[in-house]
Design a protein around this ligand. Sequence first.
Ligand SMILES: C[S@@+](CC[C@H](N)C(=O)[O-])C[C@H]1O[C@@H](n2cnc3c(N)ncnc32)[C@H](O)[C@@H]1O
Length: 249
Amino acid sequence: MNDNPAQTVDFGFRSVPVAEKSGMVRAVFDSVASRYDVMNDLMSLGIHRAWKRIFINDLAPRPQHTLLDLAGGTGDISFGWLRAGGGKALLSDINAAMLSVGRDRALNLGFAADVSLLVADAERLPLPDRCVDRVSMAFGLRNCTHKEAVLSEARRVLKPGGRFLCLEFSHVKVAALAPVYDAWSFKVLPRLGQMVAGDADSYRYLAESIRTFPDQERLAGMMRAAGFGRVSVRDLSGGIAAIHGGWRL
Ligand SMILES: C[S@@+](CC[C@H](N)C(=O)[O-])C[C@H]1O[C@@H](n2cnc3c(N)ncnc32)[C@H](O)[C@@H]1O
């Protein structure tokens, strides 16, 4: 992708040159990889597990279907898909440190034969057109620089009749939740990050990047613009997170 060097993009609340964002995101996940799973539980008080269960259920795993798990990190979605009876999973991520935790988990869980690993940028997938039945992306799109490119790649690699599902933090729709959620995100998370992962900045980035991510309606519009049909949105926990779905028709 040829970026204009003067162009900027959000990195949390900061604007950074487009060419620099992916390196900065990489540094975040290099830093947190080994503590990523425990931090997820602490930060969300375990709620991310319930969101992921709903997400996996929405993926409707079938043994004859293959899954491409984009920004799959340490593998929660791929393993959930396999546990629920899905066919082969391709666990992909741009970050080798995250994938190596995923590889160890696959071995421990006895899934090594059913999961392949791929270091890949979701913005330019080294995969042929129309090769998988489902594409998932959980808490990944927010970190990508060119979100439209990710959506278009997800559609390109899907077989006709295949479905893309995105689980991402979104915009809170229950007014009473907002002050508590803000205090948790901006005051508690960076401190937890410092205590558990020795890294407050990465968790400050997390809270900020959630606020700058497109809201439910905007992301649905971006999916339609990328060519997805029958786009759906399901809010989770009052809109703290949302599942967006779209079909390649
Ligand atoms: C918050 S983690 C989510 C991991 C996993 N899907 C989960 O739900 O636990 C975000 C992941 O996005 C990955 N990522 C960031 N930018 C990416 C890109 N351009 N292409 C692929 N993965 C990317 C990071 O390396 C990281 O593993």
